[in-house]
Design a protein around this ligand. Structure first.
Ligand SMILES: Nc1ncnc2c1ncn2[C@@H]1O[C@H](COP(=O)(O)OP(=O)(O)OP(=O)(O)O)[C@@H](O)[C@H]1O
Ligand SMILES: [Mg+2]
Length: 382
C-alpha cells in the first residue's frame, strides 16, 4: 500500500547538512546505544562549534578527566555524552550525577563511592556507588562546584590512584572510570574563595572544553530552530515554520538561556500558534524581559502588516480592499502599507508584475497600482 503523508516529510538533506560529519557519527552511536531516548544531536556548523567538536574527538582518545565549562544550557552534558560515545568506553555505562542535588556531604560521598551497612544513620544495607556501577565507562559529574569538600578529597584520590573507598570501609577498591565534570560557575574564583580544592581544580582542568554560548555561534541558531521544528513536526504530524517577522526578531536576540531556551521557545511557538506559521506573539512572552520590552515597540506594526499580507496571499481579499482603501481612510499607516508591499516583493523576488496576482490586482490596473505606490512613496527604498 502506498504510504501517503498529508504533510511533507522532514527535509532530510537539510537536516543532515546542519550537522557535521563528526556530529552525525555521534548521533548514530547514540541511537545505537540509547535509542531515541537520548538523542545526542549536535546541530550547527559555526567554526566555534566545529572547534569544540574537534576538541572532544581528541579528548575521546585519552582517559584523563575532563572539565566542561560554559553558560547554562549551552550543551555541556551533550558534549560529555559525545566524548563518551566517541571513546573506546562506549560499550560500558555512562552515568550522570548532579552534585547540586545532594545537600549533605555524606550523601553525595555515598552516592559516588558507596557505603557500608551501618556506616551512618540511614545506611541500612551495603550500597555500591556510581563509580563502581560505571566501571570501564564514564561518569558525568554535573555542577561539580557543588561537591562537598570531603567528597572533593575523595574524588581527588580516585582520580590519582584509580581507587575508591566506600563510606565506612577502609579497604580501597580499584575502579576504571573516566570522569567528565561540568560547571557553569567560575571554578577558579571558587578556588580563590576557598570553596573548591585547588589540587582538584588543576587535576580536572588538564583537559578543558569551553562550550560556546549560542550568541557566539553565528547563524547556528537558525539551524537549531529548523532542526527542532522538524522534530516536532514529525512527532505531531504537523509542519510549522516561523514567520519572517519572528525570524527577524530572533536574529537580534542574545539567547541568555542558550540552546535550552531556544528549544523551549520553539516548543512554545509550535504549540501556541494556531496556524502553520509561528508569529512573534506566539512566543514573545517567553523571551527575556529586557529583549521583550525592546521588541514590543516594533511588534504591533509588524503584526498588523503581516496579518493583512497573509490575507492577501491567501486570496481572501484584494489590495484595493485591505490596503488601498484603509490607507486612504487613514486606518493603515504609510509604514504599514510599505511593509505589506515589501513582504509581497520578498515573495515575488522583487517582481511587481507577479505582485499583481499575489495582491489580487487585475492586469489592466497595473499602471494605477504603480502610480499609487509611487505617489505615496510605498516602494521600498523609494
Ligand atoms: N548544538 C546543539 N544542537 C542541538 N541541540 C543542542 C545543542 N546543544 C545543546 N543542545 C540541547 O540543548 C539542551 C541543553 O543542553 P545540556 O543539558 O547539555 O546543557 P547544559 O550546558 O548541561 O545546561 P545546564 O548548564 O543548564 O545544565 C539539551 O536538550 C541538548 O540536547
Ligand atoms: Mg547540564
Amino acid at each position: 500500500m502506498l504510504d501517503i503523508h498529508p504533510h511533507p516529510r522532514p527535509d532530510l538533506a537539510n537536516l543532515l547538512s546542519s550537522q557535521t560529519e563528526l556530529a552525525r557519527c555521534i548521533r548514530e552511536r547514540a541511537l545505537e546505544r540509547w535509542g531515541d531516548k537520548h538523542a545526542t544531536e549536535i546541530v550547527g556548523r559555526h567554526p566555534t562549534l566545529i572547534r569544540a567538536l574537534e576538541t572532544i574527538a581528541r579528548f575521546a582518545e585519552s582517559d584523563s578527566p575532563i572539565l566542561i565549562t560554559g553558560e547554562t544550557g549551552t550543551g555541556k552534558e551533550l558534549f560529555a555524552r559525545a566524548v563518551y560515545l566517541l571513546s573506546r568506553r562506549n560499550g560500558a555505562p555512562f552515568l550522570s550525577v548532579n552534585c547540586a542535588q545532594y545537600q549533605d556531604g555524606q550523601l553525595i560521598a555515598s552516592e559516588l563511592f558507596g557505603h557500608k551497612k551501618g556506616s551512618f544513620t540511614g545506611a541500612l544495607s551495603d550500597h555500591a556507588g556510581v563509580f563502581e556501577a560505571a566501571h570501564r565507562g564514564a561518569l558525568f559529574l554535573d555542577e561539580i562546584a557543588e561537591l562537598s569538600l570531603s567528597a572533593q578529597a575523595m574524588l581527588l584520590r580516585t582520580l590519582g590512584e584509580g581507587e575508591i573507598v566506600p563510606v565506612g570501609e577502609t579497604r580501597p577498591r580499584h575502579v576504571d572510570v573516566r570522569v567528565i565534570a561540568a560547571t557553569s560557575l567560575d571554578l577558579k574564583a571558587l578556588v580563590a574563595a576557598g570553596r573548591f580544592r585547588a589540587d582538584l581544580y588543576y587535576r580536572l582542568r588538564f583537559l578543558q572544553l569551553e562550550v560556546p554560548p549560542v550568541r557566539q555561534r553565528g547563524d547556528d541558531w537558525r539551524l537549531m530552530v529548523t532542526h527542532y521544528l522538524e522534530r516536532l513536526g514529525v512527532s505531531r504530524a504537523r509542519h510549522k515554520s516561523f514567520s519572517r517577522e519572528a525570524l527577524a526578531l530572533l536574529s537580534a536576540y542574545e539567547w541568555p538561556g542558550n540552546v535550552r531556551e531556544l528549544k523551549a521557545l520553539v516548543d512554545t511557538g509550535f504549540h501556541l500558534s494556531d496556524s502553520d506559521v509561528i508569529e512573534p506573539r506566539d512566543f514573545i512572552e517567553s523571551l527575556e524581559a529586557a529583549a521583550r520590552a525592546e521588541q514590543f515597540s516594533r511588534l504591533p506594526l509588524l503584526d498588523k502588516a503581516s496579518a493583512v499580507y497573509r490575507r492577501l496571499r491567501a486570496g481572501e481579499a484584494s489590495f484595493w480592499e485591505v490596503v488601498h482603501r484603509p490607507y486612504m481612510n487613514r486606518e493603515l499607516s504609510r509604514t504599514e502599507a510599505a511593509e505589506i508591499v515589501a513582504l509581497g516583493l520578498a515573495d515575488t523576488g522583487g517582481s511587481y508584475k507577479r505582485l499583481l496576482s499575489v495582491f489580487g490586482i487585475a492586469a489592466e490596473d497595473y499602471l494605477r497600482f504603480m502610480d499609487f505606490l509611487r505617489h505615496h512613496r510605498l516602494k521600498p527604498h523609494a
